[in-house]
Design a protein around this ligand. Sequence first.
Ligand code: FAD
Length: 435
Amino acid sequence: MIRKLTPSDPAEYPTSWYAHSAPLLAPYSTLEGEIDTDVCVIGGGYTGLSTALHLRERGYDVVLLEAERIGWGASGRNGGHVGTGQRVDQTRIEEWVGLDTAKALWELSLEAVDRVCGLIDQHDIDCELGVGNLHLAAKPSHAQELQAEKAHLETVYGYEGLTYLSPEQTSALTSARGFHGALLDTGCRHLHPLKYALGLARAAAKMGVKIYEGTRGRPLADGRSGTVKTDRGCVRAKQVVLGCNAYLGKIAPRLAGNIMPINNFVIATEPLPAELLSRINRDNVSMSDTLFVINYWKLSADGRLLFGGGENYSSRFPADIKSFVRPHMLKIYPELRDVKIDFGWGGAVGITLNRLPDFGRVGEHLWYAQGFSGHGVPTATMAGCLLAEAIDGNTSRFDLMTAVPTRRFPGGTLLRWPGLVAGMLFYSLVDKLGR
Ligand SMILES: Cc1cc2nc3c(=O)[nH]c(=O)nc-3n(C[C@H](O)[C@H](O)[C@H](O)COP(=O)(O)OP(=O)(O)OC[C@H]3O[C@@H](n4cnc5c(N)ncnc54)[C@H](O)[C@@H]3O)c2cc1C
C-alpha cells in the first residue's frame, strides 16, 4: 500500500529512489504504556528485523522498537549489493584468526547470502533480486591481486563462483572506463534494499512480532536488566538486542566506541534507454571497484543507474549530494555526461577498525551486533540469525563472531574522529596514486 506520510509521523524516509519506488507500509504505532515480552529488539534495520524474525520462528515473544521508520537507517539506503565473503580478504583473515576460523567465517558468509535469498523466498518478498557481481580492478596491480584471490578461494576454500575476465572480456560486459580486468562472482546477489527491509517487517508482523515505530528505546547499557525505557512507556524484557549500528547515538557509549559512523552517498539517474543500459551493464550484475573509497553501482528495475561513490567523515552530508557523487560516475561512464540525476541521498555506514563485524554481549541481558563495514545486507541478516540462535541457548556460532578480534577506536567516542579522518584521507590518497 503506497501512503503519504502526515506531519505527526516519525521522521520521513529520506528522499531517495528507494523511498520513491518502494510500497511504503502504513506506519506502525508508537509504544504507549508498559509491556512485557521475552525479547526487546531495538532497531528496525536488517539486524533487528532478522533477529526478530528468527526469534519468533523459535517461538519467542518479541517486541521491536524503531526510533523512526522501518528501514529508515542504512538498511533502506544502501547499494543493495549482497556479496560473498567478509568485508576483508580471506588471506588477511587467515593471518588474524588462523585457517580453521577463516574457513568458518567464509562458510558463514555464503550462508548469509543464502539466508537473504531464503528469507526473500520464504516470505515472498518482491525486492528485485538479481544475480552476480563484477569486481573491477582499478589498477594493474589490483588485477593481479584479483587473480591471486580467485586461485586462493578455489584451492583453499573450494569456491567455484569466480571467473576472471581480461580487460577485453570485461569491456564486453560494461563500457566502464579505466579498469584492468575484473572478477565475476556468480555467488553474489543484488536487490532493492528498502523493499527487502519492508518485506522482512511485513513478514515479522505477520508472524506476531509487535513492531513500534517512532519509538526510541533506552536500554540499560550495562545489561543489568532487560528493561527498556521509551519516551511514553517501557518494555520489560528478559533479553534485549541492540541493532542500531551507525545510528546508535548515545544510548550505549562503550559499544559506540567500537564503531565509527561514516557517511556514504548514492545517486540515481533518470531512466536510461535500453541500448545504453545494455552497454553500461550488459548482464544486469552489480558492479564495484577495488579502490579503498569504493565505487559501486547497479541498475534499477526501471532502468536507472544507481551509483554509489564518495564519502565524508563529518556530522553533515554535502549540501548537494548529486554534484558530490556525479564526478565519480562520470569518471567511469563519461557517456552519461548529459544524463539527468533524479535522486541523491546518503546514509551512515558503521565501520570497525579491522572491517570485521563487532558482535557481543553485555551483562546478562544485552546483546548486540554492529559494524558491518559496508557489507551488512548479508552480514546483518546473518547476525539476526546468530543472535536468535545464541539467545535460544546455542552460542557456538555467535561465539565464533565474538572471538574475531575487534579493537576500539583510539579515544573512544570522543576522540575517534581525528585519527579516523587522517587514516581515511591517507587511503583515499593511496587510491589516487600508485599502480
Ligand atoms: C550509502 C550506503 C551504501 C551501502 N551499501 C551497501 C551494499 O551495497 N551492500 C552491503 O552489504 N551493505 C551496504 N551498506 C551497509 C548496510 O546498509 C548496513 O551494514 C546494514 O543496513 C546495517 O543494518 P542494521 O540493521 O545493523 O542498521 P540500520 O539499517 O542502520 O538500522 C538501525 C536502525 O536503528 C534505529 N535506531 C537507532 N537508535 C535507536 C533507538 N534508540 N531506538 C530504536 N531504534 C533506533 C535507526 O533509526 C535505524 O533504523 C551500505 C550503507 C550505506 C549507508
